[in-house]
Each structure stands twice: as C-alpha cells, then as structure tokens.
Design a protein around this ligand. Structure first.
Ligand code: B1M
Length: 208
C-alpha cells in the first residue's frame, strides 16, 4: 500500500492520491510512514528530472499530488494548543517557487503550538523584515530555499533582518535541501534544521 503511494506521487495521479493515502492508513501505515513515502517519491521525481526522463510540468503535477496527499495527513500529524508558543513567520526566499518543504515545516510548527504566518513563495527580504516588524511578539522566523541559486537570496534575507536590528527580537531559522550548517553559520542564522519535524522541535527551543 505504501508502494502505491510512491507510485501515485511519482506518476502524478492527482485524482488517486487521497484514496491511496486513506487506504495506506486503513491498512495500518502511520501518517509519518505515508509522509516519508511521499518525500521519497519527490526524490525519485527529482532524479528523473535530472536524467531528462521528465520535465517541469510532470514535476509540477507530482508536487501537486503530494500536496493533496499531505492534506489528508494534516489532521493526523498532531496539534498543540494553537499559538501557545507565539508566532512563527515563514517563507521561501525571493526567486524560489518551491513550497512543499516549507509547507511541511509550517504544518509541523503549527502542530507544535505556534501561530504560523506563512508569507508563501518568492518572498523578498523586505517582506520578511516588514512582517517581523509588524509582529513584535513573533519570536522565530523561518527561511526556506531549495535551489543552489537562491541560497544567495537567503543570505540577503538574513542580512536584511540583522541590519534592521531585529536579531534581539527574533531567532532566524534556515533550511532547505542545499542548505548546510556551515552555510547557516556563515550567513549568521541562529539555527539550521534538516527536516520539518526537527524544525518544529528547534522552533520550540528557540521560542522558550
Ligand atoms: Co524544482 N528543483 N525546479 N521544482 N524540484 C529541485 C529542487 C532539484 C533538486 C531537482 C533536480 O534537478 N534534481 C533542482 C535544484 C538543483 C539545484 O539547485 N541544486 C530543481 C530545479 C533545477 C528547478 C528549476 C530550475 C527547473 C527548471 O525550471 N528548469 C525550477 C526552478 C523554479 C524556481 O523556484 N524559480 C524548478 C521548479 C519546480 C516545480 C515548480 C516544478 C516544483 C515545485 C512545486 C512546489 O514546490 N509547489 C519542483 C519540484 C517538485 C522539485 C523536486 C522534484 C521536489 C522538491 C520537494 O518538494 N521535495 C526537487 C528534487 C528534490 O528535492 N529531490 C526539485 C519534497 C520536500 C518535502 O522536500 O523541499 O527538500 P524539501 O523540504 C525538506 C527539507 O529540505 C526541509 O524540510 C523538508 C522535509 O521535512 N526544509 C526545511 C525545507 N525548508 C525548510 C526550512 C526550515 C527547515 C527545514 O527552516 C525554516
């Protein structure tokens, strides 16, 4: 059943995914196992894209399929008291349109008891700064980037937050496939995490 999920996402069978996820859950798979399987599927999609076996439109449909599948899992991935840990602002940096990982981080952070302000994709540095200023009670800001070419936009975003004097107010967390701890240190971020679950744990640590 789990195998069916991977295949459904890789082949972008948008209309079938909700049923496939439900069947896997009914068959005893946990929400985390289903999520892991969908993430594995996206890696396979990325590998196929790299080998020119598929192109951007197929990659996009696979992404939409995963997002729909994640929708089924959302109520199962747990929930803390909404907002008890304060606000968490998140966005994908300027020039970058990838949002599945960012959305997963937002979902897990919300489940960990934060009120999430999601700025979406292709977010200019100024928008991060403006939103943090407009929310003086926000303690953590999350910045996501998926392309090696948009790592520079992450650097610009972190610098803009620091230059705006917001370092005393918020902790800056960064993540995304090309990001490393060394890069996070180099650009002056307070924290780096590799996945959505550890991002949620780290956010709690930073906020409390
Ligand atoms: Co794009 N893409 N893409 N893509 N895409 C990658 C990233 C790529 C690795 C594929 C490949 O070549 N193998 C490659 C990047 C190469 C590089 O830079 N080194 C690539 C490319 C090249 C491109 C385009 C340039 C292609 C083109 O047009 N020629 C283009 C760029 C568009 C742009 O952004 N300006 C492009 C476009 C797209 C689509 C729009 C079609 C689509 C995105 C749709 C969407 O997001 N709504 C897409 C997709 C789907 C992918 C792959 C296949 C899957 C990404 C994904 O959603 N993964 C991807 C290959 C891959 O990743 N294996 C690829 C699943 C997701 C759960 O993982 O986002 O890594 P991820 O999130 C993880 C962690 O990174 C972490 O937590 C999540 C897991 O728990 N994390 C954080 C993420 N953010 C975090 C923030 C945190 C903490 C952790 O704290 C704040």
């Amino acid at each position: 059943m789990i195998e069916a999920i991977k295949e459904t996402v890789v082949n972008g069978k948008l209309k079938k995914i909700e049923e496939a996820v439900q069947e896997a859950l009914n068959g005893g798979a946990t929400a985390q196992e289903v999520l892991d399987s969908m993430m594995g599927a996206m890696d396979e999609v990325g590998a196929k894209f790299q080998k020119n076996e598929i192109y951007v439109p197929e990659m996009l449909v696979a992404a939409k399929t995963m997002q729909r599948g994640v929708g089924v899992l959302k109520p199962l991935l747990g929930g803390g008291a909404v907002g008890k840990n304060g606000k968490f602002i998140i966005g994908t940096v300027a020039g970058d349109l990838h949002d599945i990982g960012k959305n997963l981080v937002a979902m897990m952070v919300e489940a960990a008891g934060f009120e999430v302000i999601d700025l979406g994709i292709d977010v200019p540095a100024e928008k991060f700064v403006e939103t943090v200023k407009a929310n003086p009670d926000c303690k953590v800001v999350g910045v996501s980037a998926l392309l090696t070419t948009t790592m520079e936009a992450m650097r610009v975003t972190v610098k803009a937050l620091i230059d705006a004097g917001l370092k005393d107010q918020v902790k800056i967390m960064v993540g995304g496939a090309p990001i490393t701890q060394a890069f996070a240190d180099e650009i002056g971020a307070d924290a780096y995490t590799t996945d959505a679950a550890s991002a949620a744990t780290k956010a709690k640590e930073l906020a409390n």
